[in-house]
Design a protein around this ligand. Structure first.
Ligand code: NDP
Length: 314
């Protein structure tokens, strides 16, 4: 088969706030960016409801609507937005080689990685079946639906503590399921949940099964010290056991931390490979906000533009 190879100046991988912001800046700089959306066009915000903390939306906005706005703004300046999944890369040569959907080959002078991160799950069949029907990995997104109800949250890191505190303002009761006899979270976050009268921490507790056919009716738990099994009556089940950056296809070429977050040179979006830039949650395990992702997306486009100018490729 005679395969046509396409050459682009700026290739953006991923379509969350970081990717689209990079696209807006690169397109307005005349760089004709091509953006591949990945498997979840719009990213994590498309599975959330109200976004109330993104500046510029004083009345809040629905996550999918906001990402549609981002896409339209990027397309207005002629970003070439394409549906497709980057399946492999070769950053050992320049221009960099990118393969889309195991078929199409692109040679890019610069690559902006904005592939984001995905929530980790426990891996239970009932968790998958009831996802969106009472099971959620985002308390801030879905807590609202459990106003005045009893819920459980699994995890013992800063995210779980933060989300348990958040849920306690909305729900009647929050059970926190902690698998060990101590938490990983920072002291201040632990103290906050321990002192919260609406949060009950169940130590040494694992989730056996989430109960319910079409909606969450409860959760079967096991005390891993005593082996005792019991049921908790809850209508919401939140999973807060961490996130995984979507960076595995880059692991042979880019420096990453032990969790797979791409390392960037401080104060920039530059990676260890020249011409490859990383922004958004793929390189940020701390802030993980739409607005910080968008900010680093802007930085990535400006870094890419400077790099191209230095090499006199623009
Ligand atoms: P972490 O990796 O820090 O914590 C994950 C937690 O989930 C751990 O307590 C872990 O238990 C538990 N866990 C993992 N797998 C399972 C499982 N199968 N069953 C039950 N429990 C499980 O992730 P976070 O998302 O909490 O935090 C990520 C990073 O973001 C951290 O560096 C954190 O400090 C930071 N962060 C900071 C915030 C802030 O400062 N405001 C807010 C949110 C996050 P175990 O401890 O037993 O391994």
């Amino acid at each position: 088969m005679n395969q046509e190879i396409e050459e682009v100046k700026v290739l953006i991988i991923g379509s969350g706030p970081a990717g689209y912001t990079a696209a807006i800046y690169a397109a307005r700089a005349g760089l004709k960016p091509v953006l591949y959306t990945g498997g979840q066009p719009g990213g994590q915000l498309t599975i959330t409801n109200d976004v109330e903390n993104y500046p510029g939306y004083p009345d809040g906005v629905m996550g999918p609507q906001m990402m549609d706005d981002f896409r339209r703004q990027a397309e207005r300046f002629e970003t070439d937005v394409r549906y497709g999944m980057v399946t492999s890369v070769d950053f050992s040569q320049r221009p960099h080689k990118i393969v889309v959907d195991d078929q199409k080959v692109i040679l890019a002078d610069t690559v902006i990685i904005s592939t984001g991160a995905s929530a980790k799950w426990l891996g239970l069949e009932s968790e998958t079946r009831l996802n969106g029907k009472g099971v959620s990995a985002c308390a801030v997104c879905d807590g609202f639906f459990f106003r005045g109800q009893d819920v459980a949250i699994v995890g013992a890191g800063d995210t779980a503590c933060e989300e348990a505190s958040y849920l306690s303002n909305i729900c009647n009761k929050v059970y926190m399921l902690v698998r060990r006899d101590e938490m990983r979270a920072s002291q201040i976050m632990q103290k906050r949940v321990m002192l919260n009268p609406k949060v009950e921490i169940l130590w040494n507790t694992e989730t056996v099964e989430i109960l319910g056919e079409d909606e969450v009716k409860g959760v079967k738990i096991k005390n891993n010290q005593t082996g005792a099994i019991s049921d908790l009556a809850v209508t919401g089940f939140f999973v807060a056991i961490g996130h995984e950056p979507n960076t595995s296809i880059f692991k042979d070429f880019l420096d990453m931390d032990e969790s797979g977050y791409i390392k960037t040179i401080p104060g920039s979006t530059r990676t260890n490979v020249e011409g490859v830039f990383a922004c958004g949650d793929a390189q940020d395990h701390i802030y993980r906000q739409a607005v910080t992702a968008a900010g680093t997306g802007c930085m990535a486009a400006l870094d890419a533009e400077r790099y191209l100018a230095e090499l006199e490729l623009v």
